[in-house]
Design a protein around this ligand. Structure first.
Ligand SMILES: Cc1cc2nc3c(=O)[nH]c(=O)nc-3n(C[C@H](O)[C@H](O)[C@H](O)COP(=O)(O)OP(=O)(O)OC[C@H]3O[C@@H](n4cnc5c(N)ncnc54)[C@H](O)[C@@H]3O)c2cc1C
Ligand code: FES
Length: 270
């Protein structure tokens, strides 16, 4: 079976689910069938040259009929602005599924998932898959302020332990999600657990320094700027201990947290 499919998909619907944050459902049965948690799609947000490069988005969920994928995105620049203008039934050029998914094959019995901001995007798909594998799940999700939370009804209805954190203290724990981890890491028994992290680079860097002495594996999904998305342009490289330069688009976006050598730079795009 073909592993990737680039073709015109259809926007089924999209809605603003929090200020500046959108959920879009895109019909593409092949991508929906092949997708695994942690993978992403590369989207040509507008036809023509106005936005040249495709934009990467994590697969958030698969529709109930199994024929469409859902993405969650924040409108922050030209590409996501164009995406937010699409209407039901509009065509959209989507390439995927791309990248390496989370490795869920190990003998672990529980998952400790740490999500920062829109890092929650790939988490729902991950949680749903882990539940089908009968894993215990503890999820902590942190945002700046409670208005940035969405789909709390969905997450609360799942058989998971859910903790919330806000930087301004408007909901849940008062502080960053990594502060929550630092404070509560010793409160739980982690035998048989694996860690999963999704969020901005700085958050993952902090997470690395907090959990480096915890003796269970951590997988994280990295968000590096991308151009081709196919391992060709070498634009999304990151240093991984022992392995050297790796492309986030093909060897990632999921990596072993303790092996990532975090840096500050990224390149511009159009
Ligand atoms: C594997 C992967 C999965 C992703 N999944 C999601 C997702 O599910 N939802 C989502 O909203 N976003 C996700 N992103 C980030 C998303 O691709 C960017 O937000 C998007 O490309 C911005 O496009 P734009 O044209 O609107 O903004 P641009 O005009 O390209 O950029 C606007 C501003 O945002 C900054 N920016 C853009 N992309 C990034 C980035 N990757 N990291 C840090 N800063 C950035 C730019 O430096 C600039 O300041 C993901 C990125 C990767 C690599
Ligand atoms: S984006 Fe071109 S190599 Fe990764």
């Amino acid at each position: 079976m073909k592993k990737q499919d680039s073709r015109i998909s259809l926007v089924r619907w999209q809605k603003e689910i929090a200020p500046g944050i959108f959920c879009i459902e895109i019909e593409n049965p092949k991508i929906a069938k092949l997708a695994q948690p942690g993978q992403f799609v590369h989207v040509k947000t507008v036809s023509g040259w106005e936005v040249f490069w495709r934009r990467p988005f994590s697969i958030h969920s698969i529709s109930e009929d199994g024929k469409a994928i859902q993405l969650i995105y924040r409108r922050i620049g030209k590409g996501t602005m164009c995406l937010s203008r699409l209407h039901d039934g509009d065509p959209l050029d989507v390439l995927g599924p791309l990248g390496q998914p989370f490795d869920l094959k190990g003998p672990f019995s529980g998952a400790f998932i740490v999500a920062g901001g829109l890092g929650i995007a790939p988490v729902r798909f991950l949680v749903e898959r882990l539940l089908t594998l009968n894993k215990k799940i503890l999820l902590v999700w942190g945002v700046k302020t409670e208005k940035e939370f969405f789909e709390l009804d969905v997450l609360s209805s799942l058989d998971i332990s859910l903790y919330l954190a806000t930087e301004d203290g408007s909901e849940g724990f008062h502080g960053r999600v990594t502060d929550w981890v630092e404070k509560h890491l010793k409160d739980f028994h982690w035998d048989g657990f694996q860690g999963f992290g999704c969020g901005p680079m700085l958050m993952l860097k902090n997470l690395q320094s907090i959990v480096k002495d915890v003796h269970f594996p951590w997988q994280v999904s990295l968000e590096e700027r991308m151009a081709c998305g196919l391992g060709v342009c070498q634009g999304c490289g990151i240093r991984i201990r022992e392995k050297g330069f790796q492309m986030v688009c093909t060897e990632g976006p999921v990596f072993n947290l303790l092996e990532v050598e975090f840096h500050g730079g990224s390149f511009g795009s159009n």
